[in-house]
Ligand binder design. Structure first.
Ligand code: G3H
Ligand code: 13P
Ligand code: NA
Ligand code: ZN
Length: 325
């Protein structure tokens, strides 16, 4: 069956790597994620947002994720798979997911006043931890710039290291998402915040590793989560724009920084946008080059292949989770 994140994070902390947390909304994304993780022998966290539940139907998504455990075996190797609610915004939503078989949930109270975040997160933890199959809970302190699902933050508020011990103690969370300069989507920084390299490519300011280090000192060995960790590869942005797209000033987190984060107490790295870019780039190319094609399998298939290649690369070269399943 599905696994919670406890053993995954213990392994990641010991081994100095991070578990991939990939969002999915449809079958092709799920197939690519599982195939990539089986082929690289990596544990994986399947993330479902409330938007994904609305789009694909929550029952179907849950059965797909449960089916992914069987699919993994069929592909020849069973990897640990968690089904995780991404950015849960209420106790009721978290409870609904827990009741229907999710192995992990995030309660995102990061936009609330501190005491309300503590109270809400604690309520979810109490419910999740009393299940026969212990359900792990991720909380968040600090606000990411950009769009956190329903939560819109104009600018980022970094996590305050002086709050983390109190928050973890009072809530009992299993992991903590922090804000150190990442953000959601494909435009993580404005061009004004960046410099340009010799090729004219936007180079973002570095993540606040100083804040991460302070947090690690306060919570030694405690699992830290990084949201908004897509790299927004220039190749995909170029390919999308070459075949009719209009992505402007897209910029992500350089892989080098994620590699460094993965070696630290960061043991869950959330990636959604890069999957959207890979799929869109591949689909646009097929549709542009073969305008007579109208069988979805003929363009979603190549999209799925590109996704799998990308996820394998991330597991092997960025997160370091390959070989740890
Ligand atoms: O954090 C947000 C995730 O990328 C999910 O995005 O709400 O559009 O499904 P979504
Ligand atoms: P990206 O938009 O950088 O892929 O972040 C995804 C995320 O944090 C999902 O919770
Ligand atoms: Na790590
Ligand atoms: Zn997120």
């Amino acid at each position: 069956g599905l696994s919670n994140t406890k053993a995954m994070f213990a392994g990641a902390i010991d081994g100095g790597y991070a578990i991939p947390a990939y969002n999915f909304n449809n079958m092709e994304q799920l197939q690519a994620i599982i195939a990539a993780c089986v082929e690289t022998k990596s544990p994986v966290i399947l993330q479902v947002s409330s938007g994904a539940r609305k789009y694909a139907n929550s029952t179907l998504l849950r059965f797909m994720a449960q089916g992914a455990v069987e699919y993994s075996k069929e592909l020849g190797y069973e990897v640990p798979i968690a089904l995780h609610l991404d950015h849960g915004d209420s106790f009721e939503l978290c409870k609904d997911c827990i009741d229907s078989g999710f192995s992990s949930v995030m309660i995102d109270g990061s936009h609330l006043p501190y005491d309300e975040n503590v109270a809400l997160t604690r309520k979810v933890v109490e419910y999740a931890h009393k299940q026969a199959d212990y359900v792990t809970v991720e909380g968040e302190l600090g606000v990411l710039a950009g769009i956190e699902d329903a939560v819109v933050a104009e600018k980022s508020t970094y996590t305050r290291p002086e709050e983390v011990i109190d928050f973890v103690k009072k809530t009992g969370v299993d992991s903590l998402a922090i804000s150190i300069g990442t953000s959601h989507g494909a435009n993580k920084f404005t061009p004004e915040q960046c410099t340009r390299n010799a090729d004219g490519v936007l180079v973002p300011p570095p993540l606040r590793f100083d804040i991460l280090e302070e947090i690690e000192k306060k919570l030694p060995g405690f699992p830290i989560v990084l949201h908004g960790s897509s790299s927004v590869p220039v190749e995909y942005v170029k390919q999308i724009n070459q075949y009719g797209g209009a992505l402007k000033d897209a910029v992500g987190i350089p892989e080098e920084q994620l590699r460094k984060a993965a070696k630290s107490a960061v043991c869950k790295i959330n990636i959604d946008s890069d999957g959207r870019l890979a799929l869109t780039a591949a689909v646009r190319k097929v549709l542009a080059e073969k305008p007579a094609e109208f069988d979805p399998r003929k363009y979603l298939g190549p999209g799925r292949d590109e996704l799998k290649t990308m996820y394998k690369r991330k597991n092997i070269e960025v997160l370091g989770s390959a070989g740890h399943a």
